[in-house]
Design a protein around this ligand. Structure first.
Ligand code: ADP
Ligand code: MG
Length: 248
């Protein structure tokens, strides 16, 4: 393995995805190195969610390559369950099980997928809940929590698996405005702990301040990517300027 590929946890190469005749990803190239927080910004319908979903095979790309820790995830020999252990996902809609406690929601995949004994899984789950400031709600049900608290549990569920990287698809878009800051703060702390993260977001302040690298997508292509100071401060492309100017 070359030095370049070993330092990139995620490598996306010439990725295409079509739904019928609708080409929604048109040759995406992107690298995420260990410990980086990469934000993906862009208008609705530009292919951001599809790109994330092709990186853990919730969707299958039409062509191109995705390497996670140097391994081609589209290789027919690659193990999907192992891949999903390595690549966590946090959704806009939390997707917690309503009938399970917070603790059980976080422990579930540890016992089912990682085959951890229940006691050990609960210990790991409590540690993850502590990281997101939710250990005091371990025995609550999701419905008893605010949206922001539910999303923090969603994040705990993902990091409890000790993934190599976590993909976030608009993690704060479903939240009341007063809940957004707390979730973004948890994400900043994870980043400071060295977690590798790819975050699709409309929170331009967060993308600007917390990212190592920003990717601006429009209509299935990466229009521009670079350091946040460059993408937000002196964009090279008029389309980027129009987008970040309109929001940021
Ligand atoms: P974004 O997340 O940037 O809003 P998406 O990745 O959700 O964009 O969607 C990109 C395009 O792909 C849109 O035109 C959308 O309608 C289309 N698309 C997304 N998912 C599907 C699907 N399962 N079937 C057909 N078209 C889809
Ligand atoms: Mg989306």
């Amino acid at each position: 393995m070359s030095a370049t590929s070993s330092s990139s946890l995620l490598q996306v190469r010439q990725l295409f995805k079509h739904y019928g005749s609708n080409v929604v990803l048109k040759g995406i190239d992107m690298d995420v190195r260990a410990g980086q927080l990469v934000s993906i910004i862009g208008p609705s319908g530009s292919g951001k969610s599809t790109l994330l979903r092709c990186c853990n095979r919730m969707e299958n790309a039409s062509s191109g390559q995705v390497l996670v820790e140097g391994k081609d995830i589209y290789d027919p020999r690659s193990n999907l369950n192992k891949l999903r252990e390595r690549v966590g996902m946090v959704f806009q809609a939390f997707n917690l099980y309503p009938h399970l406690t917070v603790l059980s929601n976080v422990a579930l995949a540890l016992t089912k997928v990682k085959k951890m004994p229940r006691a050990q899984a609960e210990k790991v789950a409590i540690d993850a809940l502590r990281k997101v400031g939710m250990e005091h709600k371990a025995d609550a049900r999701p419905a008893q929590l605010s949206g922001g608290q539910q999303q923090r549990v969603g994040i705990a569920r993902s990091i409890a698996m000790r993934p190599a990287l976590v993909l976030f698809d608009e993690p704060t878009s479903a939240l009341d405005p007063e809940m957004v800051g707390g979730v973004l703060e948890v994400m900043r702390e994870l980043r400071n702990d060295g977690m590798t993260m790819v975050v699709v977001t409309h929170e331009m302040g967060f993308a600007k301040a917390a990212s190592d690298h920003v990717v601006f997508m429009e209509d299935g292509v990466i229009v521009e990517q670079g350091h946040p100071d460059q993408v937000f401060g002196s964009p090279a492309q008029a389309r980027t300027a129009a987008f970040v100017g309109g929001i940021g």
